[in-house]
Design a protein around this ligand. Structure first.
Ligand code: BG6
Length: 504
């Protein structure tokens, strides 16, 4: 008993997040939506959990705010113990200015020096780019000009929000500019899906258990499905979304990252570069999309009006106020041409204004080679599936067949289900909290390396080009549905079907 207790307490210690070195967190675009919705609450949680002791937050933005104004807005937004929030905002400051104006950076440098002394933050700097991407380059160039990128025994790291470029060319250009002043170890390309608990669990599940690995290949897996659906539309981000579309917004980054974790070979260790090396192999093995046959593999859609939870929602075009071809839905069929995945289709769908918010990966296994039950149970045996629920209700489910109690050998489907919240004393950590802490700790495992980012842009380039140059069909779907009919055809023509979410 004593041994078990000791083991548990040492495991708990081992599993505690380390405390990062003192640092200043400088947020460009600090008065924007992302900052108030995600970044500041996540940093506050780190403070609440005593991960931040000697630190300051310096918000930078075009809004004309004083330290006091910014603090008051935070006080209004953070819905936590007020006394603690008051202590937190003693660490918070604001600097206004234009991103292409030298004066902003002269003031920034001065303010950083003052705050370093005031908060014992050494001269460690974590810059967060939460601005619209069109000002990334002026900021980077000015940080370089005023030597705010230099480390000299301390750290200077930059978290770059997506979209990282708008296509391969612009992503490479941005990367080139970043590398003029920074080395790869200073660059943190964020993809918040990688910070989600269940996404991280994919590696643990695959490589800390012996039972899955022997069957995790083309011999036993029939196909893989990924659904990432949202019931929300584009809300107040129409300007951004109109120039982006769903392929760039969700597929090029979050979904491809998820897919690589499902598909990678066991990395030699958990060291960041080992994982990135394996991811790159997967991305390079994905069969490229061909311009001419694209419509057989990629379906794009756009929502029309319809009901979600009894409420009538407008069509995308009504929201934008003009005719537009921007896709709010994509369904894709793809193959990974390597020894493990040869011939196994990956079906992916993602969209806005679908019936509900849900992200799930289903590994659908092959059928038993022969049913000995067929004489008295002439119904096809459903294949086994492993369903990884990324959100909500994080967990996973193994779908098996079992005997239905009774005198006959009748089969029924059994769901062996594990839900995080039932098992662990677990308050879901926001992905940003995990990722900001990792950046402060200098851990790039859950960030996207430059070659991985480039390879994923390469993959979507033929799709983007085809959509830009030639009319490819755009299929409409009512808000509150599961997407256009053609997305069903994509999978059903292969004799398979999307997992049924109607009764879940
Ligand atoms: C963002 C996209 O990266 O991810 C949004 O820009 C999308 O359009 C969001 O709504 C989805 O994230 P989550 O964590 O809510 O699934």
């Amino acid at each position: 008993m004593g041994f078990v207790e000791n083991k548990i307490s040492s495991v708990i210690e081992l599993c505690e997040d380390p405390t990062p070195d003192p640092a200043g967190i400088i947020i460009f675009g600090a008065s924007g939506d992302l900052s108030f919705r995600k970044l500041i609450p996540s940093i506050f949680k780190l403070f609440k959990n005593r991960k931040l002791i000697n630190f300051y937050i310096l918000g930078v933005g075009r809004s004309n705010l004083s330290d006091k104004d910014f603090r008051e807005r935070i006080l209004e937004t953070l819905n936590f113990d007020r006394d603690l929030v008051k202590k937190f905002i003693d660490h918070v400051y604001f600097l206004s200015g234009n991103y292409d104006d030298d004066n902003l950076y002269i003031n920034l440098k001065e303010k950083i020096n003052i705050l370093n002394k005031k908060h014992n933050a050494k001269n460690n700097r974590l810059f967060y780019f939460a601005t619209p991407p069109n000002v990334y380059l002026p900021i980077i160039n000015h940080l370089g000009k005023f030597k705010l990128n230099e480390e000299n025994g301390n750290f200077a790291r930059m978290i770059i929000e997506k979209p990282f470029g708008n296509n391969l060319e612009s992503a490479k250009k941005l990367d080139y500019e970043l590398h003029k002043y920074l080395n790869e170890k200073q660059i943190y390309r964020i993809d918040h899906y990688l910070g989600k608990e269940t996404v991280q669990n994919i590696l643990m599940m695959r490589f800390a258990n012996i039972v899955f690995e022997p069957i995790w290949n083309y011999k036993y897996i029939d196909h893989v499905q990924i659904t990432v659906s949202e019931d929300l539309g584009v809300e107040n981000r129409i300007g951004y979304f109109e120039n982006t579309g769903l392929l760039r917004d969700m597929f090029q980054n979050h979904i491809l990252q998820l897919l690589t974790l499902i598909a990678i070979e066991p990395p030699a260790s958990l060291e960041a570069n080992m994982i990135h090396d394996e991811k790159i192999k997967v991305l390079k093995s994905i069969r490229p999309f061909e311009y001419d046959t694209l419509d057989e593999y990629v379906i794009r859609g756009q929502y029309t009006d319809g009901y979600i939870n009894g409420e009538l929602k407008k069509s995308y075009m009504e929201e934008v106020g003009k005719n537009t071809n921007t896709e709010t839905f994509v369904a894709v069929k793809m193959f990974i041409d390597n020894w493990r995945w040869s011939g196994v289709p990956f079906y992916i769908r993602s969209g806005k204004r679908l019936k509900k918010k849900l992200s799930e990966v289903s590994i659908v296994f092959k059928n038993v080679p022969h049913s000995i039950f067929s004489d008295f149970y002439p119904v096809k045996i459903e294949p086994n599936s492993l369903v990884i629920r990324i959100q909500p209700d994080e967990g996973f489910k193994l779908i098996l067949q079992a005997k239905q109690p009774g005198s006959k050998m009748c089969i029924n489907t059994l769901n062996m289900e594990f839900k995080y919240r039932n098992f662990f004393d677990y308050e879901p950590q926001d992905a940003y909290e995990r990722l900001i802490l990792d950046a402060l700790l200098g851990d790039q495992t859950l960030y996207v390396r430059n070659d991985v980012m480039e390879e994923s842009w390469k993959l979507v380039t033929p799709i983007l080009q085809r959509w830009e140059n030639e009319k490819s069909d755009l299929y409409y779907y009512p808000s509150g549905s599961w997407g256009p009919k053609e997305s069903y055809r994509l999978i059903e023509k292969d004799g398979r079907r999307w997992r049924d979410y109607e009764n879940i």
